[in-house]
Write a protein that binds this ligand. Structure first.
Ligand code: RIB
Length: 303
């Protein structure tokens, strides 16, 4: 079973010719209201590509229309939503601008996500076949307690260090990695994490290799270049991404993490799980928004 512990947001998305600079205002003809949040996105990506009832999300929403529709959307996508709690704070909201090349800039108003605690997961039947999936949009102490709990029960932890917090302590990052089996970062997050731990590099491959020496498998996603897995023993394996013309890269990393989790949950060989995750992330970029383009199990397996 996969337990995703993380954020739920409603994404308010405006498409613009170019992302505004500080102090600049740009006009967009309209905006869309879409389902998002790294936790919810990863849970949906995992659920669409897993066998039924294999994915649960522990998260927190407000007592508002956004929270109710986000929960309904998760259920429609096959995510077990029994561990979603409520808060007096509003449901998290992400303000997203997407430019003509499909690149984005995102501001997240955390709201109820900041009230999430580890309590729901401590009640969850965790065992050696549990995979916890964590990110950085909910309180770190709660995520860390979930990781410890799952590992103490013999389960595995996939930790996506996204968004990389600007002020994270080296001590917290070492603790995080010590409770992580698979550490997933993009190129920038890899460099940020390696620098925090004392490796002054601007090269994501060097950063990934350095991070894996802490004892976890470090997977660096590199957009159109695919992904590289750095093993603690110094080996690495790279997989390519299919060339695509991206409409919107929002949620591509989340799709990668969710599909990777479903592949590892199915005990696929790592290379196969990585290939599926890269393929799924590419497909997700062919539609607007984080979740609409995420593939189903059949779309991935038939490819
Ligand atoms: O990774 C994409 C997600 O980041 C969006 O859905 C948005 O909600 C933010 O959390």
């Amino acid at each position: 079973m996969i337990v995703v512990f993380g954020s739920i947001n409603i994404d308010l998305v405006a498409r613009v010719p170019a992302i505004p600079c500080p102090g600049e205002t740009v006009l967009s003809p309209r905006y869309e209201t879409l389902f998002g949040g790294k936790g919810a996105n990863q849970a949906v990506a995992a659920a669409r590509t897993s066998l039924p009832h294999q994915v649960a999300l522990a998260a927190c929403v407000g007592d508002d229309a956004f929270g109710r529709s986000a929960r309904d959307n998760l259920v429609c996508n096959g995510v077990v939503a029994d561990f979603i709690s409520g808060s007096a704070e509003p449901t998290g909201c992400a303000f997203i601008t997407v430019d003509e090349r499909g690149e984005n800039a995102i501001t997240v108003a955390s709201g109820a996500n900041a009230a999430l605690t580890e309590a729901p997961v401590l009640d969850f039947p965790v065992n050696a076949s549990t995979i916890a999936v964590l990110q950085m949009e909910v309180p770190f102490p709660a995520s860390f307690n979930v990781a410890r709990h799952v590992r103490a029960s013999g389960g595995r932890v996939i930790w996506n260090f996204a968004p990389a917090p600007p002020a994270f302590s080296p001590r917290d990052l070492s603790d995080l990695i010590n409770e992580t089996d698979v550490f997933v970062v993009n190129e920038h997050e890899a460099i940020t994490a390696a620098r925090l731990l004392g490796c002054e590099t601007g090269n994501y491959e060097e950063a990934g290799a350095y991070l894996s020496r802490s004892g976890c498998l470090c997977i660096v996603t590199a957009g159109a270049r695919g992904a590289i897995a750095f093993h603690p023993d110094g080996r690495n394996e790279a997989v390519n991404a299919q060339p695509i013309r991206a409409l919107d890269t929002t949620g591509a990393g989340d799709t990668f993490v969710g599909i990777l989790a479903s592949g590892l949950d199915e005990a696929l060989p790592l290379r196969t799980a990585l290939q599926r995750a890269c393929h799924g992330a590419s497909l997700a970029c062919l539609a607007h928004g984080a979740q609409p383009g995420m593939p189903t199990r059949d779309q991935l397996i038939d490819a």
